[in-house]
Ligand binder design. Structure first.
Ligand code: ZN
Length: 420
């Protein structure tokens, strides 16, 4: 079933409970009036002649936003060949077919917008999937794409092959500020909405058991990219765990830190000062950890161990946080909404976690008032869950209704509520 545009029609959505994405206090028995693809009003009366969608047993929220996905990755399960097989054995058409399913999976779980954080060797495929979605050929969320991603020599897989063999890379490799700027120009020219840079790569434990991450781009290189992107009114997302690479990303003026596993106090203070976003992607680090008694296994467990406290320190200091999962790094068959539970397990309130996936994520995307909120003038991206996510955040996994851009993609609210 494709999203059907309800052009020139007025729809009244009866919301039993409304969490509008901005207010910390839910409202009950609201009527959301949708005209074409926008929210016209939020009140208590159904206009004459409006088509009514009854979600009076549901909690209604703005369409959710995952600000860190990879639709071109499928979970990187080591048993299925891990990351490398994606680039070595799967052609672009096969990967695009599967990315189409990933996009649909996001939408049916209520994620009406994603910031897709590079295609992992699938070139400009995100731009083309976005086009197919916008033209209505396939269902999917709104996509803010990064295209190819950027790192330096020695800074990204594929790696570990015989030096005589040329293998593809999951990013565009650059060395020197000239190449760095050129890559940003090329990617923007071919449709990148954001630029994604890997500022750290491998990580390991030092002799004291501390997590160390290999820095990649130099300060001059990241500055060239940020300068080019900002000049063209694009933003720069930096994958960074901690240490030197993290500090170069911040000194270079990046807009978001992805993962931020191991944020030190100076980095947190700088993020607050500069207004840098943190996209923590907590869940993905619990997947596919190496066996506990190996160096990689100890490293993987250390990552998990430092991530929670790092997230908590950032939250307490007032760093701006947006919801992001790294979906694709884990299988698209797993619930994206598991991240909400991770965030609340580290002390974030359920309403704040929801705001991270709605109004705050919209702010990260420079779409305040248009996405991530149910208010007059916003796009009609509206979802509903059974139950009360403020009492049990697990309810966010139970999406029963999805409207994107005024078109109903999914409505199983009545069938399911009758059973209860
Ligand atoms: Zn990622």
């Amino acid at each position: 079933m494709l999203t059907t545009a309800l052009l020139a029609t007025v729809v009244a959505i009866k919301a039993g409970t409304l969490i509008d994405g901005r207010s910390d206090t839910p409202r009950t028995n609201q009527v959301i009036v949708v005209r074409d693809n926008r929210v016209e009003s939020v009140g208590t009366t159904v206009p004459d002649g409006a088509k009514v969608i009854d979600l009076s047993n549901m909690t209604v929220l703005p369409g959710l936003i995952d600000t860190h996905t990879h639709i071109f990755l499928q979970g990187e399960d080591p048993a299925l060949g891990g990351y490398d097989v994606q680039l070595l054995k799967y052609g672009i058409a096969y990967r695009a077919a599967r990315a189409t399913v990933s996009a649909r999976r996001a939408l049916e779980q209520g994620f009406t917008t994603i910031r897709d954080m590079e295609t992992e060797g699938a070139g400009y495929g995100d731009v083309e999937l976005k086009q197919a979605i916008e033209e209505g050929h396939i269902p999917g969320p709104r996509i803010f794409g990064c295209t190819r991603g950027i790192s330096s020599t020695g800074g990204y897989p594929l790696e570990g092959y015989a030096p005589e063999i040329e293998v593809p890379k999951g990013v565009q490799i650059v060395d020197g500020p000239v190449e760095a700027r050129k890559a940003a120009r090329e990617q923007i020219d071919k449709g990148a909405d954001w630029i994604k840079v890997y500022m750290t790569h491998r990580s390991w434990l030092d002799k004291n058991g501390n997590l160390v991450s290999q820095p990649t781009l130099t300060l001059e290189e990241i500055r060239a990219i940020v300068d080019e992107a900002h000049g063209q009114k694009r933003k720069v997302a930096c994958h960074a765990y901690g240490g030197e690479g993290l500090h170069r990303a911040l000194d270079g003026g990046c807009d978001s830190i992805e993962h931020g596993l191991d944020l030190d106090d100076a980095a947190i203070a700088q993020m607050v000062r500069q207004g840098t976003w943190l996209v923590p992607t907590l869940s993905v680090y619990y997947d596919h950890n190496a066996p506990a008694d190996t160096p990689a296994g100890r490293r993987d467990r250390k990552r998990v161990a430092v991530h929670g406290p790092s997230f908590q320190k950032a939250m307490k200091a007032g760093v701006k946080i947006a919801f992001g999962t790294d979906a694709g790094g884990f299988s698209w068959s797993e619930p994206i909404a598991q991240e909400f539970g991770r965030m609340t397990s580290f002390g974030m309130s359920p309403i704040e976690a929801i705001e991270c996936a709605t109004s705050r994520a919209a702010e990260l995307l420079d779409m305040q008032g248009e996405l991530g909120v149910i208010a007059p003038g916003a796009y009609a991206d509206i979802v509903a869950v059974a139950g009360d996510p403020l009492k049990d955040i697990g309810a966010m996994k139970d999406v029963r209704f999805v409207m994107k851009n005024g078109g109903v993609f999914l409505n199983s609210s009545r069938a399911k509520t009758r059973d209860e």
